[in-house]
Structures are given as C-alpha cells and as structure tokens.
Design a protein around this ligand. Structure first.
Ligand code: TRP
Ligand code: ZN
Length: 525
C-alpha cells in the first residue's frame, strides 16, 4: 500500500499546475495515477463479506482413459486443461486447453440495490487439446445447472477456479458449448493487482462494473485473460425504472411489464476485463464524428447538464486519433459517467466509464486529458491488448502519450514540449513513485511508472527516430496487432524495423533501468 504517496501526488500535481505557464496539465490528469496508487473507494459491499480466496492452480489430474469406440486417432489421451495461462504476473489468470469464441451473458437483476441476480452464461469454445476437464474463472453464486453440449456436466469449485468435467471427454479441435446457470449476489472482489474493489459493484443508485484486470469472474464464468478474446451478446433484464448501458450496440429492448430487457451485441473481439454492465437511470446523448463514428454517451440522470461539456470534443478526438493511429477500431464509442466517486476511469470497450470525480465541468482541458486517455485505450489496450499483464505499459504508457498528443493537437509543438518537460520533471523528482515501466510488480501493476515513464518512453522514441518514423511505427504496430495481442518485444521489433536502427539499449534503459534516461534532443536529463 502506498497511501502516503497518494497524498504526495495530489500535492505535487497542484504544485505543477502553478509552476506551469499554460494550463495544460491539470490535477485531473494526475488523478488517474493518484487514485490508482492508493484509493479510497466508498465501501460498496455487494453482500458477501469475505473476498474469494485465491487458491493455487488446481493440479492437473492424470487423464482418465475413457473407453471409446472412435477409431484411435493420433491424438493424445484427454487430459485436464491447465488452470492458468502462465501470465508472468498472474500465472493462474485464465485457463488453458480451449479457446472461447462467444459469450452470451443473460443476466436478470431481480433487485438492483441488493444485486440479487439470476443468470445464464453460455460459452462457445473450441478445444485446443483433448480435454478430460477444463477450467473457467468464476467467483461466488450458486450454480444451479451446468451443461456441456446440452448434457449435464460435473463441476468442482475452489476459490476462483471452476473445473468442468464433461460427461464425455472433448476431442482436440472440437467445438463445444458450455452453459452455466447461477444465482445469488456477486461476491466483493479484491484484485491482487491493485488495492481497491473491482468487478460488479453496487452503489446507492445502481450498479457499475470495473474489472481490470480480474474482476469479470465476479459476474460471469470466463476464460479471464486478454489472450482469449471473444465476441459477446449481453442481455440484461432490470426492474423499471432502471436502465442498462453495456458494451457494443444496443440491438433491442423488450418491455416485460415490470422490467425491461436490453440486448447488446459486441461484434469485435473483446478482452474479458473490458466487459461492462451499468445500471441506473441514464440520460443519453448521441452524436457522430465528422469521420462517421457514432457516439452515444450515458450520463447518470442525477448529474447536472454541464457534466457533458468535457465530452463534447470526443468526435474530434476520434477523428484525429484515427488519422495518427489507424481507423477507430469499433462500431461505436461513448463515455459513461456514474453519479458516484470512484476516483478512476476505465476504458471498457466502446464505452469508457468515468467516476464523477474524474469529470470537472470547470476544468474542461484537464478532463479532456482523461477523455483522451480512455479514448486512446480503444486502440492501445482494447483493440491491441497485452499478451501478458507485465506489459501493461503498452496500455498505460500509450494512453498517457495520447494525452500528450491531444495537447499537441490543441497547442502545437510548444504545448507538447511543455507537457513533456512537466512530466519529465515530475518523474525525475519522485523516482520511487515512477519505477521503470517494463517490469511492474504484481501487487502494484498500475504504478505511476507505467503511466508517466511509459508515456515518456514514447516521446523519447519519437525524439530519437524523428516524427515521420515515429508515426509510421505507431501505425504499423497498430495495423499489425489490432484485434489481437502484443508484447513489448513485438513493439520494439516494429520500432526497429521502421527506424532501421538497433533500439535494444534504448528500450532497455527506458523500460528497465532504475535511472531515468535523458531525452537529449529536448535537453532533458
Ligand atoms: N486502465 C485504467 C486507466 O485508464 C486504470 C484501471 C486499471 C482501473 N484497473 C482499474 C480503473 C480498475 C478502475 C478500476 O488508467
Ligand atoms: Zn489508462
């Protein structure tokens, strides 16, 4: 815990604001960090008191040889899918042995304030080995039925690991359907990655979801690692007069008398942690970017009208970023502002969520930094997702640099220069708070270094290789890895390809050295 540091950052950001001649850097931009480093979430307690205990990955059981009348293929005997994907920071996140293609979440919220749910999640997947059993990540609830290919299957639960034992083993390459019905009240989740509640969160006026990196298992059974992206259908039924905002396109709403059912469709691959379902009374605002990207913003209805102001230029941002990164990846975009403070914003796919304390109608520029940050994540984070959580700077450093690019859009070279100097001095002054971005600790994944020093790494690269090569690197990297996953090595390889230079030492210094490297071209050291 670094609560002491939180105070520091907040004070520092104010100091920076005064020391800066332009109002480019606002405390809000720093809030993202401040809050993540140490935050005080209002204690929303979705019912259960004890957070699920993380247990060591379940042991693979020795394959039970099933008699089969199939002609013996040259395939291995069925064995257990692994209970984790071997992530460098969180080896037990996700599961091996299969690949999920689609999720259909069908969730009825019987009561919003208690969040009593009745739900069925159906997953279409393909076996990547002959499987005697496989795991999903899932916490809490009572499972009332579980089938594989419409036949009842046995299951075991241990902490967040749900082990499914199909009545017959699955063949390598076989497509199968798992359907899990469950009911109850979501468990409160405490991620090991950051010190505040994640997952499905109930607050006084409704529900919202914050799942990065591992909160999704608090409301649906899932292969919970960004390596296994899938398409989603999200069907949520809520009692009137509540409304639902979720990822993707709202295809249909059905009036059931006392309740309403919302059908959302996500037609581009999505990492599980970006799944979002939010429930309260919303006001909607729709517009379109000049380039034709539809925008629908959701504001909790109790918020004042001026809350919308800092979001007015999202269309302009989308078009600008589409020019410098590559076309906006998804069918729709929008912001969602909840009427509660949670000291953070999160880039849920097609629908970034903002705590009301991240939006200051009297500091439009400061808030626009956060808006630009979350929007940049749609390319870097959502469309290209990390293959390993240890590479989180590929998300946060890029999104932070997106803030700089937006400042540059408005204020030109001088604005960018000021931004870079301010951030450089900040990082240099508080090195403990901004560790090298390439090797974050598992218990402090979203540290200050992955944001600010990660962002500076991109500026240093730009200064080193020049604007033309830099923007070609961004484009090429995006084009090569969009809708998929990338590693730090993948990015470095693109940068070396395009620039035609060996950048090994450069990236080693920026990503892994304790010492903050200089940016000689800008006279920063
Ligand atoms: N990715 C978020 C950002 O834009 C930060 C974040 C990570 C977060 N995990 C979270 C925010 C959980 C809210 C809740 O910087
Ligand atoms: Zn971010």
């Amino acid at each position: 815990m670094r609560c002491d540091k939180n105070g520091n950052v907040k004070r520092k950001s104010k100091g920076m604001k005064h020391s800066s001649s332009t109002r480019i850097l606002s405390p809000l931009a720093f809030l993202i960090l401040a809050v993540l480093a140490c935050q005080f979430m209002p204690t929303q307690t979705p019912a259960s008191e004890t957070p699920p205990t993380k247990v060591p990955a379940t042991e693979s059981v020795s394959p039970t040889k099933e008699p089969t009348n199939e002609p013996a293929e040259e395939t291995a005997d069925p064995s257990a899918g692994s209970s984790g994907l071997g992530d460098s920071r969180y080896p037990e996140f996700g599961n091996g042995g299969y690949d999920a293609q689609t999720y259909t979440l069908d969730i009825t919220v019987n009561d919003v304030t208690s969040s009593d749910l009745t739900a069925t999640t159906t997953i279409e997947a393909t076996a990547a080995q002959a499987l005697s059993r496989f795991n999903l990540d899932f916490a809490g609830f009572e499972i009332t039925s579980l089938t594989v290919n419409d036949e009842a299957a046995e299951f075991e639960r241990k902490g967040q690991e749900l082990t499914v034992i199909p009545s017959q083993p699955l063949e390598n390459g076989e497509k199968f359907i798992v359907s899990i019905s469950y009911e109850g009240i979501p468990d409160a989740m405490q991620s090991q990655a950051l010190p505040f509640p994640t997952g499905w969160i109930v607050y006084e006026n409704g529900i919202f979801v914050l799942s990065e990196p591992d909160g999704s298992a608090s409301f649906y059974p899932v292969n919970d690692h960004p390596l296994d992206k899938a398409l989603y259908t999200i069907i949520v039924t809520v009692p009137k007069p509540y409304e639902v905002a979720a990822n993707g396109i709202l295809e249909e709403t059905t009036d059931n008398g006392q309740s309403v059912t919302y059908h959302f469709k996500v037609r581009d691959p999505m990492a599980s942690y970006l799944t979002t379902i939010n429930v309260t009374d919303f006001d909607q605002e729709t517009m379109e970017s000049d380039g034709g990207v539809p925008i629908r913003n959701y504001y909790a209805a109790s918020l004042p009208d001026n809350i919308r102001k800092p979001f007015a230029r999202q269309g302009e941002m989308i078009d600008y970023f589409s020019e410098i990164f590559g076309p906006y990846p998804f069918e729709v975009y929008g912001a969602l502002v909840m009427d509660t403070e949670f000291g953070a914003a999160l880039e849920n796919q097609t629908m970034s969520i903002f705590g009301v304390d991240m939006v200051d109608a009297n500091d439009i520029e400061g808030t626009e930094s956060v808006v630009a940050h979350e929007l940049t994540h749609q390319w870097f984070g959502d469309s290209i997702s990390v293959a390993d959580w240890g590479d989180i700077w590929l998300n946060e450093g890029f999104a932070t640099y997106g803030e700089a690019l937006w400042v540059e859009y408005d204020y030109g070279e001088a604005g960018l220069k000021q931004w870079v100097e301010d951030i450089y001095n900040e990082v240099k002054s508080y090195p403990d708070f901004y560790p090298p971005p390439g090797a974050p600790a598992a218990n402090n994944l979203f540290n200050g270094g992955v944001y600010l020093r990660g962002g500076l790494t991109l500026q240093a690269l730009r200064s080193n290789v020049g604007d033309e090569a830099f923007f070609e690197i961004l484009h090429t990297y995006y084009d090569r890895y969009k809708y998929g996953n990338a590693t730090t090595e993948d990015f470095i390889a693109v940068a070396e390809d395009i620039s035609g230079t060996d950048l090994g030492n450069f990236f080693d210094a920026w990503l892994y050295d304790e010492q903050l490297p200089p940016i000689p071209e800008l006279n920063l050291q």
